[in-house]
Design a binder for this molecule. Structure first.
Ligand SMILES: [Fe+2]
Length: 240
């Protein structure tokens, strides 16, 4: 299991990569001041995650969800039952979430806090009906909305490529130096800056909604291979 750590002023972001059957990336936010932890999209390995947090001397208080897909939440109830952590999810994702414990809802531009650390909610529907990203100081936790040089599919209930286009326009507004962290390690690099995505990720480079929908639904899967590499505007234009 690959692990990476990013230390910022108020918090440390730790990421476990390639966890479970679908090789999810699991994000831990450790707030230095309060010694509390939030875990984003816990799946597959409840006890391992709890142990990791306890070993550092932190208390898990929060579970933040990006979207309802099983590979992002199949350890949520077990962790909530064992730790009492509260669960947060996008308000429009609630009808899809198969979780027994109570869920606090958030909407676009809301702020969630963990001790002295805060994250801004960005609603990014499209991959699902109510998916959200968490924007922290210097880091974007994007779930499956945006991948390194890719984006989430629109193949399951609640998905909509037209809606995804508008979410991508919002993500293009994020500052260039912010680092992108995704729900899966599908790219040629494990993380990049948003600047690199804006100039090499086809889903951020297509400005026309009809072209975007055609690309997402009919062109992308047959023209890209994993790990996904950056594309040039010229190569993208040729595909469109
Ligand atoms: Fe997903």
């Amino acid at each position: 299991m690959l692990e990476k750590t990013f230390t910022e002023k108020s918090y440390t972001l730790e990421i476990l990569y390639h966890v479970g059957t679908y090789e999810n990336s699991i994000h831990f936010i450790f707030d230095h001041a309060s010694k509390t932890c939030a875990i984003v999209d816990p799946a597959w390995e409840a006890d391992l995650f709890i142990q990791k947090i306890t070993d550092k001397g932190y208390t898990l208080t929060d579970i933040w969800l990006t979207h309802w897909h099983n590979d992002h939440m199949n350890a949520v109830d077990e962790i909530a039952n064992k730790t009492g952590a509260s669960i947060t999810a996008g308000i429009n994702e609630i009808p899809y979430l198969d979780i027994k414990n109570p869920i606090k809802t958030v909407d676009d531009k809301d702020t969630v806090t963990l001790g002295a650390t805060s994250a801004t909610i960005i609603n990014t529907p499209g991959h699902t009906a109510g998916g959200v990203c968490y924007l922290l100081d210097g880091h974007l936790i994007a779930g499956d909305s945006l991948f390194v040089y890719g984006a989430g599919h629109c193949a399951m209930p609640g998905a909509d490529a037209n809606v995804l286009f508008h979410s991508m326009q919002k993500l293009k507004q994020i500052e260039d130096e912010v680092l992108l962290h995704c729900g899966h390690d599908y790219g040629s690099q494990i993380t990049t800056t948003m600047a690199q995505q804006k100039s090499g990720n086809p889903f951020l480079m297509i400005d026309n909604e009809d072209d975007f929908v055609r690309y997402r639904n009919h062109i992308h899967d047959g023209s890209r291979t994993y790990p996904m590499q950056p594309v040039s505007q010229q190569a993208l234009d040729a595909l469109l």
